[in-house]
Design a protein around this ligand. Structure first.
Ligand code: SF4
Length: 281
């Protein structure tokens, strides 16, 4: 698969709530916290969800204790389940499919996340052999996402994840070594996989090429940090301050991670990530 096609696939992975039956507001189990004002069990509609599948408090979610709703991003899994898997039949009109639909949604969410990362890996300059293996994996994931509801529910998602994780790790190492050898980066990044740097002051630091896979960067001060070439897969960036930081070539960064962080109009983001509305309000 060429870079252009991979970029196109990655670019289409956007939530379109107008085509979804409010699945994230019903299907998920949510505990009351600073991100969500109430307890809600999986399969129970949030009391703020209206009949038209719109949120009645959409405009002021952050002010009334539902910050987590402004962070969540299903990458389009919601509309895929609503319009694809269940062919446009809503759980309101067809209560007999509701439970199945709500159980399929988290499965699709995970498949979409793997599709997004795999497609992103294919947008970089990687070896033909790695490209072939990633393409094969991407096609496999796309095929799984097209399965019917019963087949999706019988998937072993952990087994699906293992080869994807291995490939993404290999791709990350390859991409970062290429950035150095091509002269785009002149620094070997540190391995900071899974570090607990919650609240750490990293303001203005040169962190290029760092491996932050699975790192805890909650409330870390990353203002004006140079984060180019950083691998952020699975990193927790909640309330991390990335104001003025350069994330232009950060890898495997998700919209959800950025939505959960603090930033400003000086933060430089990769092309597939949009600055969240709450950064500029
Ligand atoms: S508060 Fe609104 S966006 Fe959040 S779960 Fe409830 S209906 Fe959905």
């Amino acid at each position: 698969m060429d870079n252009h096609t991979a970029k196109k696939i990655r670019g289409t992975l956007q939530a379109d709530c107008s085509k979804c039956f409010g699945l994230c507001c019903v299907a998920l189990n949510i505990m009351a916290s600073s991100d969500f004002a109430i307890n809600k069990t999986a399969g129970t509609p949030c009391p703020n969800l209206q009949k038209d599948f719109r949120c009645k408090t959409h405009q002021n979610l952050r002010d009334i204790g539902f910050k987590g709703c402004t962070v969540f991003d299903c990458l389009g899994a919601g509309q895929k389940v609503s319009q694809g898997t269940f062919n446009g039949q809503s759980w309101q009109e067809h209560p007999e499919i509701a439970n199945k639909m709500f159980t399929v949604f988290p499965v699709m969410e995970q498949l979409y996340e793997m599709i997004a990362f795999t497609a992103e890996a294919l947008t970089y300059h990687i070896s033909p052999a790695l490209k072939n293996r990633l393409t094969e994996q991407l096609e496999k994931l796309q095929h799984l996402a097209d399965l019917d509801a019963d087949s999706l529910l019988s998937l072993d998602i952990i087994s699906c994840r293992m080869p994807v994780n291995e490939l993404l790790l290999e791709a990350s190492e390859y991409i970062r070594s290429e950035l150095i050898s091509s002269g785009h980066m002149n620094k070997n990044g540190k391995h900071c996989r899974g570090v607990d740097w919650m609240g750490k002051n990293l303001k203005g630091k040169d962190l290029r090429m760092t491996d932050f896979r699975g790192a805890y960067l909650i409330a870390a001060d990353l203002q004006k940090a140079d984060l180019r070439g950083v691998d952020f897969i699975g990193a927790d960036l909640r309330d991390a301050n990335v104001s003025g930081a350069n994330l232009s070539t950060s890898m495997f960064l998700t919209q959800m991670q950025i939505n959960s962080a603090k930033g400003d109009d000086k933060t430089i983001l990769p092309p597939h990530i949009q600055p969240p509305p709450h950064w500029i309000q």
